[in-house]
Every structure is written in C-alpha cells, then in structure tokens.
Design a protein around this ligand. Structure first.
Ligand code: B12
Ligand code: SF4
Ligand code: SF4
Length: 412
C-alpha cells in the first residue's frame, strides 16, 4: 500500500533553494555507493540479450552501478523527479471508471487507491485489446482508425532538454557555492542505473512493471540527478514511505501486448513497444508487429492500468503542456512527411526527433495495418516505393496486410 501521510524531507536549505530557483524539488539524496549485486544482475540481463539492439546499454555495464566511474570521488547523488502527468482527452471522454474519492477532477479516473498490499485491485483500464482500447484521437483529431498513439512523456517538449538545462544551471551554482568540490548532472541515456539510485534516494520504489513509483505522483515522472563529491545527508531512511505493489496485482504483466514484461520486475526490453518504436532503428520482427496496436511512439499500457497511478497529479511544467506531438497523430499526416527536413520542421524540440523520419513512418505503417486503415492504402503504396528501405519494406507489409484483410479496426 502507499501510505497517505505526507513527508517533509530535510534537505540542506541551500540545496533546496538552488533547486526551487529552477522550478525543481530535491526529491532525495542517495549515498554514492556501488551496488555489486545489482551490477551482476544487470550483467546477466545484458548477456541474455534482453537489451536488443541498444548496444550502449552493454557499453554502460561497468559504470551503471559505480557512480565514481562517472565522477571520481563521488559521495552523494542528488536526485530530482519531474512530474509530466496530464490527463488524456480519451480518458476525460470515456469515463472508464468513477473518479477516486477525494481526488481533484484532473486526477486519472482509476479505481480506489490505497489498498492493502495483499488486496486484489479492481478491474479497469485500457489495453491493446480492441474491446477495451481507448480511442486514439485527441482534441481536434477524430477518434478513428487512422490515428496512432504517443506515449505521454512525449506529448510536449523533449524532457532531456527541459530537465537537462535546469540541472546544468544548478551544477554551475553548486560549483560557485562549494569551490573545490565537483558536480555533474545526468538524465536518461547515461551510464547510471537511475531507478536503482532513485530507490536508494527514497524517491520511489521499483515496481513489478520495472518503473519507479512514488507515493507523491505514481510512475508519471522522469528522473535526473547530480553527482557530487561533496557529501550531503542521505534520505535513504525514508524508503518505506512509497510502499510496494499489491501482492496479487499483475495488471501490468497481463496487459503487456508483446510479453515484454514476462514476470514481476522482469523485462525483455527487445520486445517492449517503447523499444521497438523509439530505440530500435531497423526492421521490426514480423511476429511482433500485430501486437503493437496503434502505438506510434512509446507505450504507456503498463502505467495506464496501474492502480497506484491514482496518485497522479497534473503537471505544472509548461514545456510538457505545450503540444508538440500531442496525444496522437493522424497516420496520414505522418506518412505524408516526404523528407528529413520536413520531419525536423514538424517535430523539432519534441522527443519524436529520436525516432527520426525513418522510425516514425515505419511505426505508422504498422499502426495502419493493425487498425485496418484501408483508406490510406494509396499513401501506403506510395511509401512502398520510398527511398528509405526500412520505410518501404514496412509499407509493403502493411499493404499486404490490408489487402489480405489482415488487421483489426480501432473500435473492434
Ligand atoms: C534502456 C531504457 C529503456 C528500455 C528498457 C526499459 C527497462 N525497463 O529497463 C526501453 C526502451 C524498453 C524503455 C522503455 C521505457 N522507459 Co526507459 N529507460 C531506459 C534507461 C536509459 C536505462 C534502463 C536500463 O538500464 N534498463 C535495464 C535494467 C535491467 O536495468 P535498471 O532498470 O537500470 O536497473 C534495475 C535492475 O538492475 C534491477 N535489479 C537490480 N538487482 C536486481 C535483482 C533482481 C533479482 C531483479 C529482478 C532486478 C534487479 O533493479 C534495478 C533498478 O530498477 C533508463 C534511464 C537510466 N539511465 O536508467 C530509462 C528510464 C528507465 N525510462 C523511463 C521511461 C519514462 C520509459 C517509458 C515509460 C517510456 C514510454 N512511455 O514509452 C518506458 C517504460 C517501459 C517499462 N515498463 O520499463 C524513465 C522511467 C521513470 C520512472 N518513473 O520509472 C527512465 C528512468 C528515464 C528517466 N531519466 O526518467 N526504457
Ligand atoms: S511499455 Fe508497453 S510493451 Fe513495454 S513493458 Fe509496458 S506494456 Fe509492455
Ligand atoms: S500494475 Fe504492476 S506496477 Fe502497478 S501495482 Fe500492479 S503489479 Fe505493481
């Protein structure tokens, strides 16, 4: 269960002030200790090939649980959490479940929170199952078979920029305040096990869906950190405040369409839709394509069904609220992008830049086949002759699926 009591962390006031000036809160401080057992577990995960084509994860292995390899003499890791939650229009419209009692109207409408950890959570939630899948549209985009979904963290501006520049400014100020000490900031694609150190810093616990879940705002937050040679008091003792997954809950594992989450706390990243649509640059294995539903960029299913996300709070970060890609994109709009320049003009500043034109158009072909979007067959045929061989082969596959009657409709 997630305890209801508030918690007032006691961080050094000078640190709190520096973070607040940047619109961030110090979420926690971890001792910068190595974690040999976790490093071993990680090594096994890499050896089993669960990282797929993310070669950088293998290269990161010697550093991942050894902060002093990133900053010699590192003694503390100051962790920041940035809440990016905003409610989806399909959830506002679908009224999937009654709002949890006592929650603000912008809270996600999941079943009651704060269950005992042995409780069975109430059934709810969207899935890739056409019978319960949310419509893909957003305001201004109709909810039909020709739209593809975007993971929530990518609706607005790229968080690497949003969080990264704030942390870098704090690092500069820390350097001025503590001359003789060294500081270095990181977020995401860095050789540090962020969720492990987030847990050590007591900002969250690591859940069965492998994500960090906080009692303050569920799993809808991003992690950034500052490594420091100056010692700050650790907040590790407060770890218990985040609780744990309910013992019998397996919703995230049950909903995962590709079987990427194959056991509690275990992920085969090479099957995750987030990996397939964002990180993986080549051909998507044919057997996984029909399982990807209408996800264009990332996947949120294992968070959307999580009962602990009843704690989600609307973000106040304007960079996230600014619509860049938004909740969904018309597949036609994506498939009409002719070249990289056009792609950059459309998505500059958005996380979608990571997929590049090749990745997003490839994903749009799969979403078109999966949603039975026959009305865009002519456009798919045009893309089957695209100069990019990955786009061309996926478009050809989509044409065959649609002409052969494969694919399902968005509304079942
Ligand atoms: C590679 C990566 C991915 C991969 C792999 C995901 C994964 N679960 O590992 C892919 C591309 C699939 C991915 C997807 C997503 N990602 Co990602 N990703 C990363 C990245 C860069 C590295 C993670 C990694 O190394 N994974 C490999 C696993 C094995 O290692 P680990 O998690 O670091 O370490 C754990 C294990 O070693 C384990 N462990 C240790 N000892 C033992 C012992 C036993 C017995 C067991 C079982 C486990 C165990 O505990 C450690 C802590 O959890 C991190 C940033 C970072 N630098 O950490 C972001 C990060 C994890 N991603 C993030 C996000 C937001 C996502 C998505 C939600 C995006 C989306 N909507 O599409 C999805 C979520 C999918 C999911 N269920 O995880 C956030 C998560 C924030 C949060 N609240 O948890 C992070 C932290 C980025 C950030 N800076 O905010 N991601
Ligand atoms: S993000 Fe989607 S595909 Fe990846 S583990 Fe979660 S439910 Fe499975
Ligand atoms: S859905 Fe998954 S992560 Fe959420 S409480 Fe259930 S088991 Fe834990």
């Amino acid at each position: 269960m997630i305890p209801k009591e508030g918690w007032t962390p006691e961080f050094p006031p000078e640190l709190v002030a520096l973070f607040r000036e940047e619109g961030l809160e110090v979420a926690g401080i971890a001792p910068a200790e190595p974690a040999p057992e976790s490093a071993e577990e990680y090594g096994r995960w890499i050896a089993e090939g669960k990282h797929g084509s993310m070669g950088y994860l293998a290269e990161h292995a010697p550093m991942k649980f050894h902060p002093d390899t990133l900053l010699p003499g590192c003694r503390s890791i100051i962790v920041a959490a940035l809440n990016y939650y905003q409610e989806a229009s399909w959830r506002r419209a679908d009224n999937l479940a009654a709002p949890a009692r006592g929650r603000a109207s912008n809270a996600p409408q999941y079943a009651p929170a704060d269950r005992d950890s042995a409780d069975e959570p109430a059934p709810l939630g969207p899935s890739n199952d056409p019978a319960s899948r949310p419509a893909a549209g957003r305001i201004g985009h109709s909810n039909h078979a020709t739209a593809g979904r975007i993971a929530r963290y990518a609706w607005g501006r790229d968080y690497h920029k949003v969080l990264g520049k704030r942390l870098r400014r704090i690092v500069r100020k820390l350097g001025e305040q503590f001359p003789g000490e060294s500081f270095r900031s990181f977020t995401d694609a860095v050789p540090l096990a962020e969720r492990y150190y987030a847990e050590r810093a007591a900002i969250a616990f690591t859940a069965k869906n492998t994500l960090s879940i906080s009692s303050d705002f569920g799993s809808w937050f991003l992690i950034g950190e500052i490594l420091s040679t100056k010692h700050f008091p650790s907040s590790e003792d407060a770890r218990d405040r985040h609780g744990a997954c309910p013992t019998n809950c397996t919703r995230c594992i049950d909903i995962c369409p590709t079987g990427a989450l194959y056991a509690p706390h275990r992920i085969d990243a090479s099957k995750c839709i987030s990996y397939l649509t964002i990180e993986h640059k080549g051909e998507i294995p044919v057997e996984l394509r029909p399982k990807m539903g209408n996800w264009l960029f990332g996947c949120d299913l294992c968070q959307e069904v999580c009962p602990l996300n009843v704690r989600a709070q609307q973000t106040g970060v304007s960079d996230f609220l600014t619509v860049k890609a938004g909740e969904s994109l018309e597949l036609r709009e994506v498939l009409e992008i002719e070249n990289d320049d056009e792609y950059t003009r459309r998505f500059a500043g958005s996380p979608l830049m990571r997929a590049k034109r090749r990745g997003l158009l490839r994903n749009a072909c799969i979403a078109a086949a999966n949603t039975g979007a026959r009305e865009i067959l002519p456009l798919l045929r045009r893309r089957a002759a695209d100069a990019d061989p990955i786009i061309a082969s996926h478009a050809q596959w989509a044409v065959e699926q649609l002409e052969g009657g494969g694919g399902e409709t968005a509304d079942g």
